[in-house]
Design a protein around this ligand. Structure first.
Ligand SMILES: Cc1cc2nc3c(=O)[nH]c(=O)nc-3n(C[C@H](O)[C@H](O)[C@H](O)COP(=O)(O)O)c2cc1C
Length: 194
């Protein structure tokens, strides 16, 4: 395969789609779309997300997660895509996203965070560290609880039928659905031993 060089840019893909939840100063919930989110540690279990341009003070979530020390991360499914997109293009400073959309939310089971009722998989996290890097800030959140849809028969790691959850996938500037499973970790070893 011949390749060509292109200028360095932030067009990294694919990315997961999560809605980060926190409470505003007046107690109303706020959700924002973050696709720069992944794992950071297994013991203890820690996930991380990045707030771009956090120091410009334009992102309500960046400010409130720091102040409250907690956040939720609700997996966005295909049926939630309109809501997710709205939360990614509107500011918690300027509008009440929950009132605008009528999104159903509840309180976390363990932490004082808002969680989205329509999401089948939600992390409740406590901030353990932040890291300023470039023009972004990375938030590391220790997972204190995971709220999973009762309809998921086996929520054990590796046993979840992720396709059935219909998670949204992001790649600039579009949303996609997850295709079918094509392989499993370790299958390559089984084949090479044949
Ligand atoms: C598809 C998509 C992905 C996004 N991912 C991120 C992200 O990972 N980090 C970030 O800081 N902002 C991200 N944003 C932008 C924020 O969601 C946006 O600035 C939002 O208005 C902030 O809302 P808030 O003020 O309620 O925090 C994304 C926006 C879209 C549309």
């Amino acid at each position: 395969m011949t390749k060509r060089s292109i200028a360095p840019q932030r067009g990294f893909f694919p990315q997961p789609v999560y809605l980060i939840g926190c409470f505003k100063e007046d107690g109303r919930p706020n959700f924002t779309l973050k696709t720069w989110i992944t794992c950071a540690s297994t013991k203890p279990p820690i996930i991380m997300f990045t707030a771009g341009d956090a120091h410009q003070g334009t992102k309500k979530t960046a400010k409130r997660v720091l102040e409250t020390g907690v956040f939720s991360a609700s997996l966005a499914t295909i049926s939630m895509i309109e809501l997710a997109d709205y939360c990614g293009i509107t500011s918690g400073y300027q509008t009440d996203k929950c009132a605008d959309t009528g999104m159903a939310w509840s309180r976390g089971a363990v932490l004082d965070v808002p969680v989205l009722d329509d999401s089948p998989w939600v992390y409740e996290c406590a901030v353990v560290k932040t890291l300023d890097i470039g023009n972004g800030t990375v938030y590391f959140g220790e997972i204190k609880n995971i709220l999973v849809d009762d309809g998921i028969p086996d929520a054990t790691r590796g046993k979840v039928d992720v396709s059935s959850l219909s998670p949204a996938i992001y790649a600039p500037m579009k949303y996609f659905s997850l295709g079918p499973q094509v392989y499993a970790v370790g299958d390559s070893l089984l084949l090479s031993l044949r």
